[in-house]
Structures are given as structure tokens and as C-alpha cells.
Design a binder for this molecule. Structure first.
Ligand code: C2E
Ligand code: MG
Ligand code: MG
Length: 742
């Protein structure tokens, strides 16, 4: 101990009594003391501030930086305080300072301050840790102080009072502990109060530091041997130097604090930016998941039209730049609507799921894109090298689709129609390719379904033609130009007279010539023109009924065809009534032909409509019977008068015995339901005879007459009505002894 003290140049007052020396009377300059205190406070404040910075720093490097800045400020504060404190010390002897030792004290201050900052930058700071650190720090400060004092050289000997000396070390430790605890407490927090707390803490700490200094100074005594003449102190301008050092230190600390402040602001801004960024990315995620939902078909877990379009667009760009082929396959389940109508939507949904899985099973799992476009429409996008690949895939799908499906206790076989367009030949854009695939699909459906078609320029020409026809049909309807009704006689086998005429529309087209309804009715149906067309036919037929009356054929009825699309319109009964009234004809002379398909939809609504029409007195017949799926129970509920057997059952008669049996069965069935039977498409005499034999009520067909205009009707009707004699001499009639025709 004594040795260390010796090394530090410490002599305690106890030794003084033996040497017979006198203690010099020393004073402090109060202004410089105040200045020293201010500097200590500034250093303390800077330390607290930097500790806060370190705690909030985001990366190790900036943490290190602020730790050093803090250490620098504290060291600067303490050391400058010490230095100014020394300048304030007025000694009656000449004093000078050794620079190396002074610099050493500065180094010690710096190390100690670094220890302060290091301790403060620990995340978890327990009281014990603070205490341990403050012992070290206190010792450090004391060492700095006494090393600094050691730099002071003069004639006089230096003696310390041991109690005060020890007290100064305790004060240093105590001040350090207070500093650490305060700083620990003030590391987190914001606002005015926090700031105020920081200011007061700095004042307290400054006081701690300076009291350590002055306790040390109080322990300090200078002594000269008694009798030594007091030398005159040199002319030193301590005040000026003190102020300069204080200003410089304050400036440095001040700029460090402003740097910290700027950093804090920057960090807050950075945080805001980060918050905004994370918000943006959250929004982005939300959008992506929303998009996933929006691009997804919940029923079949395939992507939907939007999802498909997006992928399609991307692929198209890729292929356009890098070359290569793409094929779009448009699928439509044949007669899907019938399943929905007859078995209900739940069964329809179930079926769609199975069909979707069939389609997925037939494509190459990863590369090919399968989408559901809604309803029973599916679309597939495939990469390919030649058209044949697309054909093979389509065939594979069609084959797979024919797997029997168990649904609602039934076993059914579904078929599919497919239309294909190929990039780049059939189009360059998504819209074009989809439209062309759709056209090809339309063609497949038109040619009997369960087939596949590639798009061709030919198809396109037809499509443009249809567009043109649509426009012209609209014009024809508006101007009442070119459309006309032809009439085909319906012959009553029981009376041997033509008792009805079927009104069949024709179109005398300015360029394409005479057009049959098959050419333009589908166009009208596809474009909503059909209701206009049916209304036109109804009006015209009623007018013609009036004309027939004037010709003396009051008993002739006219049957008018009604599209399934017209049969859903509530206004239909009133329109019929209106047409009859303005032509002045009895409702009993009008018959409405509705197809089996038209009756398959919403039965309840249709039933109401049919009943209203029947209530007018107008008759109803079911057209093209046998081509749909009507059940007997179904027919029984409808207010029908007549059943028209479709021509397809007649064509092969008499060659096909089976067809004749079917026709026979239909006739019997219709009669049990109290329906009269008309057979369409009778072209041969044999057919006529067989039908007559099996009790058919009416026949209609080229055998009797083709459809003809009203003007040419009179001779034809006369001739047919005269023919009864000719028919009656046929062998069949004779065999059965039928004299009814006579
Ligand atoms: P539909 O109502 O079954 O009419 C019978 C069709 O069979 C008529 O064809 C008629 O000319 C044809 N036909 C009659 N007898 C024979 C025959 O012995 N042999 C052959 N091969 N054919 C025969 P059309 O006039 O071409 O009409 C076709 C279809 O167009 C009609 O079938 C009907 O569904 C529809 N249609 C005709 N006119 C109208 C109309 O004014 N309005 C509506 N909505 N549809 C109409
Ligand atoms: Mg008809
Ligand atoms: Mg028909």
C-alpha cells in the first residue's frame, strides 16, 4: 500500500508533523468552480443522452459509435472539469503541470468513461452489476484525479488528509453508482417529463463529480519547509484558459448531443418509414391472398376465368418473345342444363366436380392450365409442338368424360364438345384466341356435339357472315321486309280434310336468297331477336287467319312455332290475345307449338304461362316429341292438346320395325293422356298407311305438301281435300275395310 502511494507521489498529512513544514493557504476562484460544475453537468447530460442512444441503436456498429461518443463526452466533461478545477485553484507558489502526466490522466478518464458507457449498454442491468461497475468507475475517476494532481509540480510538497482522501474515493463511487442507476432508469422513455428528469439528473451527477473533485482538493495540502520565503506566483491568466477550455469542451459536447439528436430524429423517421413499409407489405399480402380467392373457383378448386386470363396473358408474352405454340381448348358439357333442370343444382354441382376431376386427370398435370369459366364451361391452356398434340389431348378428355358417373342414384354418361384454337396461327391476343376457340366449340356443338373442332378461317368467315345476318335480320324485322310465312297443311286422318296449317317462317334475303329458318333462327335466338321474330310471326299468322276466313275457310286452324326463349316471357299471353283481337279471329283457331326442350326448364313458371294461354282458348301442342327427355308424369301436368312426333322417328319407317314400334307406343301413350297425335315428316305413302293403321290422328309432310305461301294455298288445299278418294283405294285401307276416308 505504502509502495503504491509512493509511486503515485502521495504523501499523507500524518507525515507532515515530523518534517516541520507549514501548510500553504490555498483558495479557489469561484467563477471557475462554477464553470467546472457546468462542464461536469454537460458531460453528464451527454452521457445520459448517449446511453439512451446506445439502447435504441439498431445495429452493433452504431451502438459502438455512440458508446465511444458517450465515453468521449463523459471523459471530456470530467477531465475538463478537473482541469478547470485545477485552474480555479489559487496557490501562493509557482505551479506548472507536466504534460505527459496530464495526458495520462485524460487517458484514464477516457477508459473509465468507456467503462461507464459499456456498463450502460448492457441490456439487463442489475443493481449489483451497477454497484460493481461503479466501484471500478469510482476508482477510475479517483485515479484520474490523483494522477492529474500528480502532474502539478511546484516547490511545495504535496500532502493529503487521509480521511478526506478516502471520502473522495467513496464520493466518486457513490456518484458513479448514482449516475449508472439514473442512466439505467432514463434509458427508456420520451416526452417532456423524461427530458426534465434528464436535466435534473445531469445537475445531480455534475454535483457528484465536482464534489468528488473538491473532496479530493480538500484532502490536498501544499507545504513548504518553515522559514522558506514565499515565492511570488507567476503571472498566469488562469481565468482565460479556464473559459477557453470550458467553451471548447461545451462545444464538443454540444455538437455530440446535437448529433445524437439528429440521429434520434433520423431513427424515428426510419422507423416511420419501416412502419409504412411493413404496412405496405402487409397490404400487398392481403391483396395477393384476395387475388388468390378472386382467381379461384371454389366448387372445382380450379382457377376461374380471371385467373386463367392472367396466366394466359403471361404465357402469351413469353411465347411471343421466345417462340413456340400454345393451344386453347374450350370445353362445354353436352346437355348439362338438362341435368341441372331435372336433378337439381346440387346434383349439377356434384357432377361438375367429377367432370373437373376427369379433365384434370386427362391433362399433363403441371404444364397445362385447367380453368372453369363458370357454368359447364371449361378451358385448358397447353404448350405444344404440333396441332396433333392438342387433338390427342382433346380426344383423351372426351374419352375420359365418357366414364359413367353415379349421381343421385343414377348412372349417367356425359359427353363433351371441344373447340380448339392455336397460337400463333389462329390469333395473337388472348381475346382473339378465346373467341376463336369458342367459335370452334360452337361448331362442334352444332355438328351433333361430342366432337372436337379446330378453328379455321372458314369458321371465321361464317362467324362474320352470321354477324352480318344478325344485323340484316334486325333490319328485316324492323322494316317488315323479306320475312314471310309459308304454310304446310296438317291433314286430319279421321275427317280426310286439311284441318290445320303450320306456319313456317322464311326469309327472302337480298343477297343469299331464300333462307330456311335453320339458317337464321339460331342467330335470332343467340341475340335476343327471337322474341321480336315470334311476335312478328304471331301477328302475321293471325292476319292470315283473317284472310282465310274471308276465303271461306273459317274452320282452318294455324299452328305457330314458339321458341323456348319466348316461352319464358310473362307478356306472351297478352301479346297473343292482342294479336288475335286486332286480327278479329277466334282464339280456337290458333295453336302454339312449343318444343319439348322449352318445357324442361322451370316447370312451375312455364306451367302458369301455358295455363294462361290455354285459358285464352288457344290450343297447345308439343313439338319435336321424342327428342327430349319428357316423362309421362311430366306431360300429364301440362295443359296440352296435341303431341307432334318428331320426324326422326319417321324417316326409317317402314325399314326400321323398332321405330314403328316406338311411334306406335307414343300414339297409345298420347291417347291415354287425351292428346291428339300429329306425325311430322311423312314423305311416303307407306308411312302414311302405317300411321293411319296405328291410329295416328294427323299427318304432316311432303307427301301431302311442302310448305307454301298463303297465296298458293287454295289449289293445294282443294286438291288434298279431293284426294281422299285416292287414299281410300289403297290396299291397306281395303284390307282393314276402312271406309272412314270415303
Ligand atoms: P318444326 O316446327 O318441327 O317444323 C317442321 C319442319 O320440318 C319444317 O322445317 C318443315 O319444312 C319440315 N318438314 C315438314 N315436312 C317434311 C318432310 O316431309 N320431310 C322433311 N325433310 N322435312 C319436312 P322448316 O320450315 O325448315 O323449319 C325448321 C324448324 O324451324 C321448325 O321445326 C321450327 O322449329 C323452326 N321454325 C320454323 N318457323 C318458325 C317460326 O316462325 N318461329 C320459330 N320460333 N321457329 C320456327
Ligand atoms: Mg313446328
Ligand atoms: Mg317439329
Amino acid at each position: 500500500m505504502g509502495h503504491a502511494m509512493e509511486w503515485l507521489g502521495l504523501h499523507f498529512i500524518t507525515e507532515l508533523s515530523e518534517s516541520g513544514q507549514v501548510i500553504l493557504n490555498c483558495m479557489h476562484d469561484p467563477f471557475l468552480v462554477l464553470l467546472a460544475y457546468l462542464v461536469a453537468c454537460a458531460g453528464s447530460f451527454a452521457t445520459l443522452d448517449m446511453a439512451e442512444r446506445v439502447a435504441h441503436a439498431e445495429n452493433p456498429s452504431s451502438q459502438r459509435l455512440w458508446r465511444w461518443v458517450g465515453a468521449g463526452c463523459l471523459a471530456g466533461g470530467i477531465w475538463a472539469m478537473h482541469f478547470i478545477g485545477m485552474l480555479a485553484f489559487k496557490v501562493p507558489v509557482d505551479v506548472h503541470f507536466q504534460l505527459p502526466v496530464t495526458l495520462l490522466s485524460l487517458l484514464i478518464a477516457l477508459l473509465t468513461s468507456w467503462l461507464v458507457m459499456y456498463t450502460l449498454s448492457r441490456p439487463a442491468l442489475s443493481f449489483w452489476r451497477c454497484l460493481k461497475a461503479s466501484v471500478w468507475i469510482g476508482m477510475g475517476i479517483s485515479t484520474m484525479h490523483y494522477v492529474g494532481m500528480g502532474a502539478m509540480k511546484s516547490q511545495a510538497m504535496v500532502y493529503y488528509q487521509p480521511v478526506l482522501f478516502a471520502l473522495s474515493i467513496l464520493v466518486a463511487i457513490g456518484a458513479s453508482l448514482a449516475a449508472l442507476l439514473l442512466a439505467r432508469h432514463l434509458r427508456n422513455g420520451t416526452g417532456m417529463f423524461h427530458q426534465l428528469l434528464k436535466y435534473s439528473a445531469s445537475l445531480v451527477l455534475g454535483a457528484g463529480i465536482i464534489s468528488m473533485h473538491f473532496t479530493g482538493m480538500a484532502a490536498f495540502n501544499l507545504a513548504l519547509p518553515s522559514g522558506t520565503p514565499l515565492p511570488q506566483p507567476g503571472e498566469h491568466n488562469h481565468l482565460q484558459l479556464g473559459v477557453t477550455v470550458a467553451i471548447m469542451t461545451l462545444l464538443i459536447i454540444g455538437s455530440c448531443i446535437s448529433a445524437a439528436l439528429a440521429d434520434k430524429k433520423l431513427q424515428i423517421k426510419d422507423h416511420d418509414l419501416q412502419r409504412v413499409n411493413s404496412l405496405l407489405s402487409q397490404l400487398d399480402q392481403a391483396r395477393v391472398s384476395l387475388q388468390q380467392v378472386a382467381h379461384y373457383d371454389a366448387l372445382t378448386s380450379l382457377i376461374n376465368r380471371r385467373g386463367f386470363n392472367q396466366i394466359f396473358a403471361e404465357k402469351l408474352i413469353e411465347k411471343t418473345h421466345e417462340g413456340g405454340m400454345l393451344a386453347v381448348l374450350f370445353l362445354d358439357i353436352d346437355h348439362f342444363k338438362r341435368i341441372n333442370d331435372s336433378l337439381g343444382h346440387d346434383a349439377g354441382d356434384e357432377l361438375l366436380k367429377v367432370l373437373a376431376s376427369h379433365i384434370k386427370a386427362s391433362v399433363r398435370s403441371h404444364e397445362d392450365v385447367v380453368a372453369r369459366f363458370g357454368g359447364d364451361e371449361f378451358c385448358i391452356l397447353i404448350d405444344l409442338h404440333d396441332r396433333d398434340e392438342a387433338r390427342q389431348m382433346a380426344q383423351r378428355i372426351m374419352q375420359k368424360m365418357k366414364d359413367p358417373i353415379e349421381l343421385a342414384g343414377r348412372r349417367m354418361v356425359m359427353t363433351t364438345s371441344i373447340g380448339i384454337s392455336v397460337f400463333p396461327e389462329d390469333g395473337k391476343t388472348c381475346e382473339e384466341l378465346l373467341k376463336n376457340a369458342d367459335l370452334a366449340l360452337y361448331q362442334s356443338k352444332g355438328s351433333g356435339r361430342n366432337g372436337l373442332n379446330f378453328f379455321s378461317a372458314n369458321l371465321k368467315a361464317r362467324a362474320t357472315l352470321e354477324l352480318q345476318l344478325e344485323e340484316e335480320l334486325r333490319h328485316a324485322l324492323r322494316e317488315d321486309a323479306g320475312l314471310m310465312l309459308y304454310y304446310q297443311p296438317i291433314y286430319n286422318l279421321k275427317t280426310g280434310q286439311v284441318s290445320k296449317l303450320e306456319a313456317l317462317i322464311r326469309w327472302q334475303h337480298p343477297i343469299h336468297g331464300f333462307l330456311a329458318p335453320d339458317r337464321f333462327i339460331p342467330i335470332a335466338e343467340a341475340n335476343g331477336l327471337i322474341t321480336e321474330l315470334d311476335k312478328w310471326v304471331l301477328r302475321k299468322a293471325c292476319e292470315d287467319l283473317g284472310e282465310l276466313s274471308r276465303q271461306g275457310r273459317e274452320s282452318l286452324k294455324i299452328a305457330v312455332n314458339c321458341s323456348p326463349l319466348t316461352l319464358v316471357r310473362e307478356e306472351l299471353p297478352s301479346e297473343i290475345e292482342q294479336a288475335l283481337r286486332s286480327a278479329g279471329v277466334a282464339p280456337q283457331r290458333l295453336e302454339l307449338e312449343v318444343t319439348e326442350h322449352a318445357l324442361m326448364g322451370k316447370i312451375a313458371d312455364t306451367l302458369v304461362l301455358l295455363q294462361q294461354i290455354r285459358a285464352l282458348g288457344v290450343s297447345l301442342s308439343i313439338d319435336d316429341f321424342g327428342t327430349g327427355y319428357s316423362s309421362l308424369a311430366y306431360l300429364k301436368r301440362l295443359p296440352l292438346n296435341t303431341l307432334k312426333i318428331d320426324r326422326s322417328f319417321i324417316v326409317d319407317i317402314p325399314r326400321s320395325a323398332q321405330d314403328m314400334e316406338i311411334v306406335q307406343a307414343i300414339i297409345v301413350m298420347a291417347h291415354t293422356l287425351h292428346l291428339e297425335v300429329v306425325t311430322e315428316g311423312v314423305e311416303t305413302f307407306e308411312q302414311y298407311q302405317l300411321l293411319e293403321h296405328h291410329g295416328c290422328d294427323y299427318v304432316q309432310g311432303y307427301l301431302l305438301s311442302r310448305p307454301i305461301p298463303l297465296a298458293g294455298l287454295r289449289p293445294v288445299l282443294d286438291e288434298i281435300n279431293q284426294r281422299r278418294h285416292t287414299f281410300s283405294v289403297t290396299p291397306l285401307s281395303l284390307v282393314h275395310g276402312t271406309t272412314a276416308l270415303m
